[in-house]
Write a protein that binds this ligand. Structure first.
Ligand code: UDP
Ligand code: MG
Length: 313
């Protein structure tokens, strides 16, 4: 039977949670009464994730999975899941049960009312470090300010996407995907469903600090060129300041009163050079993006799939 709902679950080293999330998702989805499919994307896990998925797919005909040849990252996993989904609506949800599956019926309800994208908005975050809470709050607000599109604050990847929006998104061949930005960018009728972000069911967060920083920079540079502008603005401001400063020195020398301390010069030098480096760094971020996109490598490589139709399995 053709699935009405496709649920995409990215999983990277999630052996401790997979069975529990399968159980909770199945309970919620069977309760909805529409045919569904559960697509797990094994993002190059090194633990027993693959074995567990094999077992789940053998026992439950609604389960399908995709295994990557290595770890390609959360965004690539979601992209692959959406590209393989056949439902009329696709729901993306984390494997670790931080996004409660029990919210899905509310999302489906909104979808049936006619919304094309229903995103989960975290009204509260439980069991996350103060650092993560603060950095997320600050980051989403900066992103909202400087990006050209209206990315809703406090949303993650937990959302329902209508088939037509999925088709648009899979047609976009950007390599470094910042999904939550992209989904806002495409438009359509969107609405939010609030939920409390729960504690991770088991295991540790799979986002290292490095991965988080990378994702944040990706989000900023994918959706705004303001940082570039900011760099030139800061540069212009500083050189103007430097010019005035120099004039004051010259006038001081002519009138015979000015002998500034070397410390001031060093400080000014450090400051300006710092800004130059900053500007080059920002430039580098964008050049790096161009480099990545021109290589046009695929966002992920699939090693194995199981449970999908037309596979003869
Ligand atoms: N994830 C992934 N690939 C990665 C890192 C994470 O597929 O390289 C998945 C992970 O299995 C989970 C989701 O992305 O289902 C969110 O990861 P995590 O819980 O570590 O992030 P957080 O909730 O801390 O933002
Ligand atoms: Mg999590």
């Amino acid at each position: 039977m053709k699935a009405v709902l496709s649920v995409v679950v990215p999983a990277y080293n999630e052996e401790e949670v997979l069975e529990a999330s399968h159980k909770r998702l199945t309970a919620v989805l069977t309760g909805l009464g529409s045919p569904y499919e559960l697509i797990f994307v094994n993002d190059g896990s090194k633990d027993k994730t693959a074995e567990i998925l094999d077992r789940l797919a053998a026992a439950d005909e609604c389960v399908r999975f995709i295994t990557f040849s290595r770890n390609f990252g959360h965004m690539a996993a979601i992209t692959a899941g959406i590209e393989h989904a056949s439902g009329d609506a696709v729901i993306v949800i984390d494997a670790d049960l931080q996004d409660p599956p029990e919210i899905i019926p509310r999302m489906v309800e909104k979808w049936r009312e006619g919304y094309d994208v229903v995103y989960g908005k975290r009204s509260k975050r439980q069991g996350e470090s103060l650092f993560k809470k603060i950095s997320a709050a600050v980051y989403y607000r900066i992103l909202k300010r400087i990006s050209n599109i209206n990315i809703p604050v406090d949303t993650g990847e937990f959302r329902l996407i209508d088939r037509k929006v999925c088709d648009v998104m899979t047609g976009i061949k950007e390599h470094n995907r910042y999904m939550r930005g992209l989904v806002s960018w495409v438009g359509f009728r969107q609405c939010a469903v609030e939920f409390v972000r729960e504690e991770r069911f088991a295991g540790k967060a799979k986002y290292s600090l490095g991965k988080m920083v990378e994702l944040s920079i990706n989000g900023l540079t994918a959706f705004s060129i303001k940082p570039l502008r900011l760099a030139s603005l800061a540069g212009a401001f500083l050189s103007a300041g430097g010019f005035i400063w120099l004039l004051i020195q010259i006038i001081g020398m002519i009138t015979g009163q000015g002998r500034q301390d070397w410390a001031v010069i060093t400080a000014v030098l450090l400051l300006t050079q710092g800004f130059i480096l900053l500007a080059i760094g920002i430039l580098g971020e964008y050049v790096g993006r161009i480099f990545d996109e021109t290589k046009a490598r695929p966002a992920y490589i699939i090693q194995e799939t199981k449970g999908f139709r037309n596979e003869g399995e």
